[in-house]
Design a protein around this ligand. Structure first.
Ligand SMILES: *Cc1c(COP(=O)(O)O)cnc(C)c1O
Length: 388
């Protein structure tokens, strides 16, 4: 059977090799601790599950979702309220909000909605690998904008060549940033709007970590910037703030023409989110925002634990204040892969090599804080024993 060429363009998952090693070690009885994946282990808050169960019993909800691909109006209204309360952003629920089956779905459909074959789509290096896959599957040409530590991991728009900017039709951005943890500020958002406007680039601001912030870092939405709605959309998700990764529920907000285009793609692809999941989403935004604070305490505790362990082995750095990842410089004289392999061979602790996120990820590894405290503690003890 021959499969589509577009799939061959998507680079293989860089952890493949490591994954095999992990499987083999586990089969040999080694106690492997993986800090490589960002998927919260804590359960979804109980009351959200109750709301799912309650609404799942109503046969009305077994039919195609209400308002199909757009998401039910009550859900879109609740999203608008959340954005107003938490970010001071005003949204018209009927036209400026769209329900999504997770932010990842939104990334993919953004490309299908606004990119023609051969169009350049900008993304950052390092960056979330799904953007590249979405761009390639949608027939676009990914172009990497380096994000460097010395610039706070923000792109330098002035370094993007003019001929590239001219041909660029879209751009993916994500702050608080996976993998670096870096956060944007208002001044940066204004520059982004200006860049997008001057070159007519549609912005896809993927913001699933908007609530995952530490040390008093300000909550930021792209839509807070003047003119943002003219140039793009923001994606968000209930996956990370409410431990709902498996539920598949998210949202897109902003430019109504772009949202109408994405909606047209969805109408012909997925027909929207299961009603009970939307009811649960409404409940989460209405009643469980305080549970985010609880999770931030948990992540904050783990973050401190890892930073202290790293200090003990001589790794000191200014940790960015967003997401539940730490983007950690590897010891001098080692590549990301060398450090990752050494760590695994000596301690059976798995971290993500920075190069899995692009060439500018060289020199770093990403440590995820989404593991139980006891496991993280055990991992840090092994690392200290080996490297201190
Ligand atoms: C986790 C993650 C997503 C996926 O979010 P879903 O809503 O679960 O699809 C999207 N973007 C980034 C940067 C992520 O880290």
């Amino acid at each position: 059977m021959q499969t589509a060429e577009r799939l061959t363009k998507i680079p293989p998952y860089l952890f493949m090799e490591l994954r095999k090693k992990i499987a083999k070690a586990r089969a040999d009885g080694v106690d492997v601790i993986s800090l490589a994946i960002g998927d919260p282990v804590e359960p979804t808050p109980e009351s959200i599950i109750d709301e799912l169960c309650r609404t799942a019993r109503d046969p009305e909800n077994h039919r195609y979702p209400t308002d199909e691909e757009k998401g039910m109006l009550a859900f879109r209204q609740e999203i608008a309220r959340w954005y107003n309360n938490r970010y001071g952003v005003t949204l018209e629920p009927a036209t400026e909000v769209l329900g999504l089956i997770g932010s990842k779905e939104g990334c993919h459909h953004f490309v299908l909605a606004c990119i023609n074959p051969g169009d350049i789509v900008l993304m950052t290096d390092p960056g979330y690998p799904a953007y590249r896959a979405s761009i390639l599957m949608g027939g676009g040409e990914p172009w990497n904008v380096p994000i460097l530590r010395k610039n706070g991991y923000l792109p330098a728009f002035e370094d993007i060549p003019t001929d590239v900017a001219k041909k660029a039709k879209g751009m993916f951005l994500n702050y608080p940033n996976n993998p670096t943890g870096a956060c944007a500020n208002r001044e940066f958002l204004n520059r982004l709007v200006e860049f997008a406007r001057s070159w007519d680039v549609a912005v896809c601001y993927d913001n699933p970590y908007s609530e995952i912030l530490f040390e008093g870092q300000e909550r930021i939405s792209f839509l807070m910037a003047e003119g943002a709605k003219d140039v793009g959309v923001e994606l968000n998700s209930l996956s990370k703030p409410f431990n709902m990764c498996g539920w598949r529920i998210g949202m897109a907000m902003g430019n109504r023409d772009l949202l109408a285009a994405i909606s047209k793609v969805k109408e012909n692809t997925d027909s929207g989110i299961f009603n009970p999941v939307q009811f649960a989403g409404i409940h989460a935004l209405k009643n469980e925002v305080s549970s985010i604070g609880h999770m931030l305490d948990v992540y904050g505790f783990r973050r401190q634990m890892v930073l202290e362990a790293l200090q003990k082995i001589g790794i000191r750095f200014d940790a960015p204040k967003g997401t539940f990842y730490l983007w950690v410089p590897v010891p001098e004289g080692m590549t990301s892969i060398e450090f990752t392999n050494r760590l695994f061979d000596k301690t059976a602790v798995v971290v993500a090599a920075g190069t899995a996120y692009g060439q500018y990820g060289e020199g770093f590894v990403r440590i995820s804080l989404t593991v139980p405290n006891v496991r993280l503690k055990e991992a840090m003890e092994r690392i200290i024993r080996e490297f201190a």
